[in-house]
Design a protein around this ligand. Structure first.
Ligand code: CDP
Length: 695
């Protein structure tokens, strides 16, 4: 109503100019007839808080309690301490019902199937999800290779890449109601016969031309990476020709090779083998060896070729160096650290990689703005750990409510999502937090802080989910004995540092700053989980926060600042941005002269600028000044304390050679990262963010 407009809300003053522009262009509701705005930013936060708190009624909460929870939700949102992903902000309480950003849809080797999992069923599912602002991931490795036979028509198969092009065109056409274009992840596992074509699908002449709505990733396994290191050959397989499909075949090789040596996996193999009774992989009572498995595949005629693993890897590296694609997904790391591993094998992730999901699962995300938790105490900046813990608690409750508030476009999605109740609490504003604390991003101190923050957040998110289980029950597929506590396999900090081989020690200041983390008792938490259950099968995930970080006015995700001044090209126009923290520092040193700012803006960085104060040069490190090793160390730190994935771009300078990409990909595997992507500056014609103003 009109009255509401007269109530100017001061909290809107927290929003930056860019935040207002983005909100105005895409988030604030308009009257469909007059196209006039019918809400302010605060009204949007209120709409989200009230809609999501309303879910509590389904769990028998009284009105007073519902109102209290609404106020808590509203508080964290309006203070920009926590924001849910875009679809939740856009669609809560509106006619559109999808509130989640991440989906994985299966693609079977058939046009359509009775249970809706064929190629064209997947296409339809994708369109419905995109229409409402969700992103989709697919594994195309079940599709028979190009040139293979099609029995029903006695014809020749087009192969996975041709089909991917249809998904790509459809994405172009369905523009998500004009609000944002759909994003996809296309995965092919490294054993597929068409893998070489897949690797080249977006590079060379096809760069900036083909599959522009896809990120593509090769699904690699430990056996493959080891074969790369040893220069061995690996088989390429036609999935149509094996009695159990190629993926399972691969999985068995991996298992049989003993890379998944843990007892729980062994148990699982035996159980599966029992269920499959009589399958070729059951050799009386023992698991067959790789050689035996290969002999069988050979007999079946499923092996099309043997290729040198090293050569295949070089092609991947060349592609990524040239265009950013393909990235890698480490399928073993993903499945080894999946809490509900017993529900099946994960083959794919959502578009940006932070959510490895089972077929038909969806996940909703939300991120904590770390910058907001830097506070002054006794004249020094420090971290408000208590405030952080409280925000995590409400964040997890809000994300869990999204699962119930969602109106699912397909019943398979609803079933899969409600079975595991995955949510992804992540972060944004790490870089700005570090600057406020005076810690350079590319320092051992900063990596240690990442590691400790991730541990703290994971602990409190698990705790919140256990509390919710007491109140509302565990996720339906919870099995107390088989649920995997993935924190048990987190690599120690020193181990990460020694793998990468960087110099330096953690300072006593930063040790002291994060002391509270060392006191967390994970064993006690496990005891509580066993006693009370847990509400969500995964609780954390580090998303890119591309738009919500603009709304929050902070740096995105766990990335370093991109540039101290830059031009940002987004759907609604071009922005020239000067980092406000940087400006504040310039003022402090009385350097806020327009000429100085203009000069800095030419390159976007000050690391090499001898006229800038030393402190500033140390602390204001940008993405291309940070070495790939430090990029990876941050990603690895956040991945250790995390039951899903960590989205991160390893930004490289344009002059970096392909060898750097090779080093990054190998290190990422060794650091236990679940997926890796590089982006070499200027390697694509269309870049969202450009360096400096003069370009
Ligand atoms: O900041 P925002 O909530 O808009 O999204 P993000 O953190 O940058 O991306 C999170 C996820 O949203 C991605 O991994 C995709 O699954 C999805 N997404 C999408 O589908 N389309 C986009 N244009 C951007 C993100």
């Amino acid at each position: 109503g009109k009255g509401k407009w007269n109530k100017f809300d001061e909290k809107d003053l927290l929003l930056t100019y860019n935040a207002l522009k983005v909100l105005e262009a895409r988030y604030l509701l308009k009257d469909p007839n007059t196209l006039r705005y019918i809400e302010t930013p605060q009204m949007m936060f209120r709409r989200v808080a009230s809609y999501l708190a309303g879910v509590e009624r389904q769990y028998g909460k009284g009105e007073e309690e519902v109102k209290r929870i609404e106020e808590e939700f509203y508080k964290v949102l309006s203070q920009l301490k926590f924001l849910p992903n875009t679809p939740t902000l856009m669609n809560s309480g509106t006619r559109l019902g999808i509130l989640s950003a991440c989906f994985v849809i299966p693609v079977r080797d058939s046009m359509v199937t009775p249970n809706g999992e064929g190629i064209y069923d997947a296409l339809r599912a994708m369109a419905v999800v995109h229409q409402q602002g969700g992103g989709t991931g697919f594994d195309f490795s079940e599709l028979r290779p190009k040139g293979d036979v099609v029995a029903s028509t006695a014809g020749v198969a087009s192969g996975p890449i041709s089909f991917m092009r249809i998904f790509d065109v459809s994405t172009d056409v369905v523009k998500q109601g004009g609000k944002r274009r759909g994003a996809n992840m296309g995965v092919m596992h490294v054993w597929h016969s068409d893998i070489e074509d897949f690797i080249k699908a977006k590079t060379g002449q096809l760069k900036d031309v083909q599959l522009q709505n896809f990120n593509i990733s090769v699904g690699v396994y430990d056996y493959f990476m080891q074969a790369v290191e040893r220069g061995e050959t690996v088989p390429l397989i036609n999935p149509r020709k094996t009695r159990i499909n190629g993926k399972d075949y691969e999985y068995y090789i991996v298992k049989a090779r003993g890379y998944m040596e843990e007892e729980w996996i062994q148990e699982e193999i035996l159980r599966e083998l029992e269920e499959r009774g009589g399958s070729v992989y059951l050799d009386e009572s023992v698991i067959i060896t790789v050689d035996e498995a290969l002999a069988i595949a050979e007999k079946e005629g499923a092996i099309t070729r043997w290729v040198n693993a090293r050569q295949l890897f070089d092609e991947i590296v060349k592609g990524a160096w040239d265009s950013g694609d393909p990235g890698l997904l480490f399928i073993d790391a993903i499945n080894r650290r999946h809490p509900v591993w017993y529900l099946g094998k994960i083959q794919a992730t959502n578009p940006c990689g932070e959510e490895p999901l089972l077929s038909w699962e969806s996940c909703n995300l939300g991120s904590i703005n770390l910058e907001k938790f830097v506070v002054e105490r006794e004249g020094r900046p420090t971290i408000d750990w208590e405030g952080l813990a409280e925000t995590i608690r409400y964040g997890v409750r809000l994300l869990d409510n999204v699962i119930d508030a969602n109106r699912y476009p397909l019943k398979q999605i609803e079933e899969a999502t409600k079975k595991t109740r995955k949510v992804g609490l992540g972060v944004m504003g790490l870089a700005r937090m570090l600057i406020k604390l005076g810690i350079p991003y590319d320092s051992v101190d900063a990596v240690y802080l990442s590691y400790q923050l991730a541990k703290f957040i994971y602990y409190h998110a698990l705790k919140a989910s256990i509390e919710l289980a007491k109140e509302k029950g565990s996720f339906p597929a919870y099995d107390s004995r088989r649920y995997k506590d993935v924190w048990e396999s987190a690599m120690p900090f020193d181990h990460l540092i020694s793998i990468v081989g960087v110099e330096g020690k953690v300072s006593s200041d930063v040790k002291k700053l994060t002391e509270v983390v060392d006191r967390l008792d994970f064993d006690q938490l496990k005891a509580e989980r066993i006693k009370h259950g847990i509400r969500n099968s995964t609780v954390v995930s580090v998303a890119p926060t591309g738009t919500i970080s603009i709304i929050a006015g902070t740096s995105s995700s766990i990335e370093p600042l991109f540039a101290l001044a830059f031009v940002r090209n987004v759907a609604v126009g071009k922005f020239i941005e000067i980092d406000p923290l940087f400006l504040a520092y310039l003022r402090k040193y009385e350097l806020d002269d327009p000429e100085v700012v203009k000069k800095v803006a030419e390159t976007g960085m000050i690391g090499e600028n001898p006229f800038m104060p030393k402190t500033m040069r140390r602390v204001f490190r940008t993405a291309h000044e940070v070495s790939p090793e430090f990029h990876l160390l941050h990603q690895a730190s956040w991945q250790q304390w995390n039951d899903s994935g960590t989205s991160k771009t390893i930004n490289l300078r344009s002059e970096e050679p392909p060898e750097t990409v090779e080093r990054v990909y190998l290190l990422a595997w060794k650091l236990g990262i679940k997926g890796v992507t590089v982006y070499r500056d200027k390697s694509k014609s269309q870049q969202v963010i450009y360096f400096g103003i003069k370009k």
